[in-house]
Design a protein around this ligand. Structure first.
Ligand code: PEP
Ligand code: MG
Length: 587
């Protein structure tokens, strides 16, 4: 391998400000934790001196594990072409090369960092060296370095020793600075208590942004080159409301933000008094405020918020960030915990919405993943995996008020096939004499424009609806919710979106079918009065938003709002619509 040269230590930096898209409000003050290479985003953790030997040992173990794995792959390769086995040999030899087997250990010792990060630092250095070769063949070997390191990082991340690492992490608040974060990365960080996320790419309703909101931490996406400009451990202020990151703030600015942070906390504490208040409008309409969750551990925050139930459990997060699939029993335990914890209040569990940006296999590349085989399409094409989930949900249904929600429906035949799959799961449980709620309700997510327009097709077959405005807006306006370059076109107030929303709500009302909105607009206080005026009585959002939305509901009078909203719906001029919304919120 090319000879390693020592890397320059970044000089102390001046103060500067970066602007992006604030996707989760609040203020965080802390130190930057840089995430490495875009495809190999790993946390940079500072470990205590006594953990250093353990960390080196962990790396050694992972290297030898991957070496054995590769040898086994070669052993099983059978008649594979000679070039393939030659590459496996090359990868094995890389693993034994001191550049990968020794240098990262040196980095761990010198910088007191975690093995994953040390390895990725060394990988980036080697990639730079390979890029200098004139010879194309040698230059391209950088991909082999990346591949082999990726294998070791995966091994490290799945290693049980990882839990011990967190004990050594520095006490100061850490702010993640990354080029991009996949939902799987984010879910791995969920337990690590970072104070904030900032990323170069991503849109307001990217799943990373949603997760930041679910953790109630400030987050900013679309900063373009924060990852390149910010240095590790620099002091940062993240203002999630304004979408601003201040790097190396001076004492005056820092003081100002500390005060604002305190102020926000005072306001948040005031809202806490509403926890047990009834969610009711001034004219007496009861409005159900439900919570969106990703994992059973979110339950504590849901209970703390006083939510009336769970309106969306995104079960795909049980599948992400791990090397295997959760078994039926593991899923059952997760669903039972949530259902029992909610003590009879409704718990709407969505069948997995995998695919798109939430691919289990990150390498699976589709031409257009958001339009590809995701959500119910994937479930129906993987009947075994789907049966496991349905059986787990049905088994958990006897512990409370569980309802099943189906994502991304567009066709009547998808509903028929799903109902058949549910019947099949029920029959198998009956045969095993396992009890479940025979009358379990099944609902449709309305998040494809075709489903919104032809909503009666779903109302005839199913028990309830939940409008997924994040995807509904993405598909109606043809803007990728992950792409910050079109994030400015993402507009819940677009007349077409308002028409679709009103059509679905009114259609459901006509047949007395419950309908909720579970996309991000349900937790946006600016949208509360508009949605109430449209006739919406069920809102599902992250727990952190519930009390604020409740305060809006309690000040609203639907009798007054409804005629104003009806007039608004006749407008098709964006400026007039915006003005009308301001007026509605001020009334
Ligand atoms: C939506 O699309 O609005 C929704 C709630 O689902 P997700 O954000 O998980 O796609
Ligand atoms: Mg969706």
């Amino acid at each position: 391998m090319p000879a390693a040269t020592s890397r320059a230590v970044p000089p102390p930096n001046m103060s500067f400000t970066l602007h992006g898209l604030g996707v989760s409000g609040g203020i965080a003050i802390g130190r930057a934790t840089l995430m490495s290479h875009a495809t190999l985003e790993v946390a940079h953790l500072t470990i205590s001196p006594r953990m250093v030997d353990k960390e080196v040992e962990r790396l050694e173990k992972a290297l030898s594990q991957v070496r054995d794995e590769l040898k086994a792959v070669k052993g099983q390769a059978g008649n594979a072409p000679a070039e393939l086995t030659a590459f496996i040999d090359l990868h094995v030899s890389f693993l034994s090369d001191p550049e990968l087997s020794e240098m990262p250990k040196k980095i761990i010792r010198e910088r007191r960092c975690n093995a994953e990060w040390a390895l990725v630092q060394q990988m980036e250095h080697l990639v730079e060296q390979f890029e200098k070769f004139e010879d194309l063949y040698l230059r391209e070997r950088k991909y082999d370095v990346v591949q082999v390191v990726e294998r070791v990082v995966k091994e490290l991340l799945g290693h049980p020793g990882r839990g011990g690492l967190r004990k050594g992490v520095t006490e100061e608040l850490q702010i993640v600075v990354a080029h991009d974060l996949s939902p799987a990365d984010t879910i791995n960080f969920k337990e690590q208590r970072f104070a904030s996320f900032v990323t170069d790419v991503g849109g307001a309703t990217s799943h990373t942004a949603i997760l930041a909101r679910s953790m109630a931490i400030p987050a900013i996406v679309g900063l373009s080159n924060a990852r390149a400009l910010i240095r590790d451990q620099e002091l940062l202020i993240v203002d999630g409301q304004r979408g601003v990151v201040i790097v190396n703030p001076d004492e005056r600015v820092l003081e100002e933000y500390r005060l604002r942070k305190e102020q926000l906390e005072i306001e948040r504490n005031k809202l806490k008094r509403l926890k047990t208040a009834k969610s009711q409008t001034l004219d007496g309409a009861e409005v159900s405020l439900l919570a969106n969750i990703e994992l059973p551990n979110d339950l504590a925050a849901v209970l703390e918020s006083g939510a009336n139930g769970i309106g969306l459990f995104r079960t795909e997060f049980l599948f992400l960030g791990r090397g295997d699939m959760p078994s039926e029993d593991e899923q059952f335990e997760a669903y039972r915990k949530v259902v029992k914890g909610m003590e009879g209040r409704p718990v709407i569990i969505r069948t997995f919405d995998l695919g798109g940006d939430k691919a289990i296999d990150q390498k699976r590349t589709q031409i257009n993943p958001a339009l590809g085989r995701r959500a119910i399409r994937l479930s129906l094409s993987e009947p075994k995996m789907f049966q496991k989930q349905l059986r787990a949900m049905l088994r958990a249904s006897k512990y409370g008020n569980l309802k099943i929600l189906i994502p991304m429906l567009a066709h009547a035949h998808e509903v028929e096939q799903t109902l058949n799959a549910i019947d099949h799961a029920k029959a198998s449980l009956r045969a095993e004499q396992i009890k479940f709620n025979e009358a379990i309700e099944v609902g449709a997510m309305i998040e494809i424009p075709a489903a919104a327009l032809a909503v009666n097709m779903f109302l005839r077959r199913l028990d309830f609806l939940s409008i997924g405005t994040n995807d509904l807006i993405q598909y109606s306006l043809a803007i990728d919710r992950m792409d910050e370059e079109v994030a400015n076109l993402y507009d819940p107030l677009h007349p077409a979106i308002l028409m679709l929303l009103a059509h679905v709500i009114v259609s459901a009302e006509k047949v007395h079918a419950p309908v909720s909105v579970c996309g991000e607009i349900a937790g946006d206080p600016e949208m509360t009065r508009l949605l109430l005026g449209m006739g919406l009585h069920r809102f599902s959002m992250h727990s952190s938003q519930i009390l604020e939305i409740k305060s809006r509901v309690m000040k609203a009078d639907i009798n007054e709002l409804a005629p104003q909203v009806r007039r608004m719906l006749r407008l098709d001029d964006p400026t007039k619509l915006r003005e009308a919304l301001e007026k509605l919120n001020a009334s």
